[in-house]
Structures are given as structure tokens and as C-alpha cells.
Ligand binder design. Structure first.
Ligand code: SF4
Ligand code: SF4
Length: 181
């Protein structure tokens, strides 16, 4: 049996919330006419990063694909050769796809990546009216070439061997030589 308070006061209090809200400022976002920046660490579209000479950081290890709970990543690795080098390591990602029909933007893949090849941008406009176009290929995900970078395949420009390359020894030596000159 409802009490007198529940019968009389509680409905009035409930409508009070409705009336108060009617006079508050409207918070409708005017998207897509006005785009509001995301939080800096927002998980948006992925990016495959490059080393400063343009070689790819991805070594085709598939750890991101294994970590993905939605089975959204497909990777096929291949071996670099002296004539055709895409990454400074032994292997590179020949095929790399992310299916944004499946991806829940959880970020587990970027945690799993051992080379920081895979990160996430703030880009959130991933809707489309075609299912096929939501499967992003490696060419869609690779970071753009910045000044000083060269489109792979090409030899390692940052070191004579992998150790030199990753530690940046060649660049440090060049800077030392420039300083002495
Ligand atoms: S963000 Fe999550 S769901 Fe999307 S590809 Fe990475 S691990 Fe898979
Ligand atoms: S993005 Fe990272 S985890 Fe995924 S295949 Fe490339 S190197 Fe491995």
C-alpha cells in the first residue's frame, strides 16, 4: 500500500525535475556543421607509424590481431630482402587490414604492439554506406610521409645494422661530425 507521500509528493517532485530541465540551456551538438575536438586520448581510427627515414615500424608479427577481441585485424607478414626493404627488421606487414564493422575501438591491439607501429588517432568519422569501404587496407592506415621520409622499399637510412638503426647511432655520429666541423 503506497503511503501518502508516495501518492502525492513523489509525482510532484518528479514533474519538478521536468519543469526545471525545460528552462535549462539546450545542449544539442550541431554535428556535422560544428565539429567539437575530442579528448586528447580519444580512441579513433588506427595509424601505422613510420621511422624517421620512412620505413614502416610494423614487423608483421600479428600480435595485434591475436589481442583483438573482435577479430577485426588481419595481418600477413613477409620477409624483407636487401633489394626490397619495407621495415628495418627481418619482417614487415605485407597485408594489413582493420575491419571497422567489427572494431570496438577498445585499444587492446595498440597495447599488444611491440614496436609502437600501431597507434590510434582522434579521427572518429568512420561511418559509410558501403561495408567494403569500412575494411581499411594498409595504404589507408599508413602514416603520411613527412619531410625527410622516403617511400619504401629502400635501404635503412638511420644505421648500418639493426642495433645502430634502433639506437639512432648513425644520426648521433652525423650530428657529432657536424658539431666538430
Ligand atoms: S581497437 Fe580493439 S576491437 Fe579495434 S582492432 Fe584494436 S583490439 Fe580490435
Ligand atoms: S602493428 Fe604491431 S603488433 Fe601488429 S603486426 Fe605490426 S608490429 Fe605486430
Amino acid at each position: 500500500m503506497a503511503t501518502l507521500k508516495e501518492q502525492l509528493w513523489d509525482p510532484i517532485a518528479g514533474f519538478g525535475v521536468t519543469f526545471r530541465t525545460m528552462f535549462r540551456k539546450v545542449v544539442t551538438e550541431q554535428y556535422p556543421f560544428e565539429k567539437v575536438p575530442t579528448a586528447p586520448r580519444f580512441h579513433g581510427r588506427h595509424q601505422l607509424n613510420r621511422w624517421p627515414d620512412g620505413l614502416e615500424k610494423c614487423v608483421g608479427c600479428e600480435l595485434c590481431a591475436w589481442a583483438c577481441p573482435a577479430d577485426a585485424i588481419y595481418v600477413e607478414g613477409d620477409s624483407n630482402t636487401d633489394d626490397e626493404r619495407y621495415s628495418p627488421g627481418e619482417r614487415y606487414g605485407r597485408v594489413y587490414q582493420i575491419n571497422y564493422l567489427r572494431c570496438i575501438l577498445c585499444g587492446l591491439c595498440i597495447e599488444a604492439c611491440p614496436t609502437r607501429a600501431l597507434t590510434m588517432t582522434n579521427e572518429y568519422e568512420l561511418a559509410d554506406n558501403s561495408r567494403a569501404s569500412l575494411i581499411y587496407e594498409k595504404s589507408d592506415l599508413l602514416a603520411p610521409l613527412l619531410p625527410g621520409m622516403e617511400q619504401p622499399p629502400h635501404p635503412m637510412r638511420l644505421g648500418d645494422d639493426e642495433g645502430d638503426y634502433y639506437r639512432g647511432n648513425l644520426r648521433a655520429r652525423a650530428d657529432d661530425e657536424a658539431g666538430e666541423a
